[in-house]
Design a protein around this ligand. Structure first.
Ligand code: PLP
Ligand code: COI
Length: 344
């Protein structure tokens, strides 16, 4: 397969122009058959509900070239289900499963030159986007929708890849409320997260960790990723909260930790004061993969994890390596997580 002229082994998480995207319209109560487009811009009515009232949700998935040369998407069924949940919660028209998978197959095939070769540790990032496009100036839901899938080849989200990052607890900022939209992938949640991300970056941190909005003491998540911790007794803990995104990577890691490694796994409210009892910590997500967290600053005190926060600990490393091998087809896909795409 002839590849695009890119330094695939050194990609960061940035948009790069590819060969095309795919778009489907829902009009008069039905979805069309979708068309591939080369252009990168979208024509929208100026009064579209996605522009004014945030009827806009999306997903993030990755496609990998495996050791045997196959092309696979990691757990897209889960992303399809989460997009459905997001759409329903903000009264949008859910995308039918056939449309979602038709889009995935066609857009990946149309951009096969951009699938990073096996061995480069990169992937093709897939972004499904659903927009309300009917013109309404009063607050109301759209009748018509646009579903698109764009792709772009990427490396790790956090600079440096699998290296410990420094997190800042932002006690005075919230990203999502308990009975709001934190558990879905609504675009507005990311606007709410920008202040935190900028504060972190401008003060020498990688990103922030949000606390729950009611008690302000339980860990929620980071802006772009879920949080995981390894207690000193080896237990894998991750927050349970109504205002965080149920991460597919986190769900995968819980299965690996419990079933493959035989570790104790707990998904429960995690008090921020428990960080003094952590041996290791990390962030996980499709873009973030697994990123070791070396230290957390909370109320002017730095809590360092494995080796003074300088290295990734053994358990976070084991999880990372197992996930890596699974996604690149180096070990058996015993849970059927890899969705094969025929790009010939
Ligand atoms: N939390 C937030 C806020 C996210 O945007 C993401 C990314 O999608 C995640 C967590 C990780 O979820 P997943 O592992 O499904 O990508
Ligand atoms: C993903 O991990 O796929 C996301 O959508 C998070 C985003 C902030 C890059």
């Amino acid at each position: 397969m002839e590849k695009a002229d890119l330094d695939f082994a050194n990609l960061d998480f940035k948009y790069r122009k590819v060969d095309g995207n795919i778009r489907y319209f829902f009009k008069n109560g039905q979805w069309d058959n979708g068309t591939l487009h080369e252009e990168e811009t979208v024509d929208l009515h100026i009064a579209s509900t996605c522009l004014h009232y945030g009827q806009n949700c999306f997903e993030g998935m990755k496609v990998f070239e495996t050791k045997d040369g196959s092309v696979v998407c990691f757990r897209p069924e889960e992303n399809y289900l989460r997009l459905k949940k997001s759409a329903e919660k903000i009264l949008m028209e859910p995308v039918p499963k056939e449309v979602f998978f038709d889009a995935l197959e066609r857009v990946v095939k149309a951009n096969k030159r951009f699938i990073p070769p096996y061995g480069t540790s990169a992937s093709l990032y897939i972004r499904p986007i659903l927009l309300g496009i009917s013109p309404h100036i009063g607050l109301s839901r759209s009748e018509d929708y646009l579903f698109m899938m764009m792709v772009t080849p990427v490396g790790p989200y956090f600079k440096g890849g699998f290296k410990p990052v420094k997190m800042l607890v932002a006690e005075d900022l919230d990203r999502a409320a308990p009975y709001g939209l934190g558990d879905i992938k609504a675009a507005g949640n990311y606007a709410a997260g920008l202040r935190g991300a900028y504060r972190a970056k401008s003060t020498g941190f990688t990103d922030v960790i949000y606390l729950d909005c009611i008690h302000r003491k339980f860990i929620d998540e980071s802006g772009p990723a879920n949080f995981i911790g390894i207690l000193k007794d080896g237990t894998f803990v991750t927050p349970y909260s109504g205002s965080i995104l149920p991460s597919i990577t986190n769900m995968t890691l819980r299965t690996i930790a419990e079933n493959e490694f035989g570790w104790k796994v707990e998904q429960r409210p995690v008090d921020i004061n428990e960080i003094s009892n952590f041996a290791e910590a990390g962030c996980c997500g499709t873009a973030a993969i697994i990123t070791p967290v070396g230290s957390i600053r909370y109320r002017d005190k730095d809590y360092n994890f494995y080796n003074e926060g300088k290295d990734a600990g053994p358990k976070i490393t084991a999880l990372y390596e197992h996930l890596y091998k699974l996604q690149y087809g180096e070990i058996e896909d015993k849970y059927n997580w890899l969705y094969k795409i025929d790009v010939k």
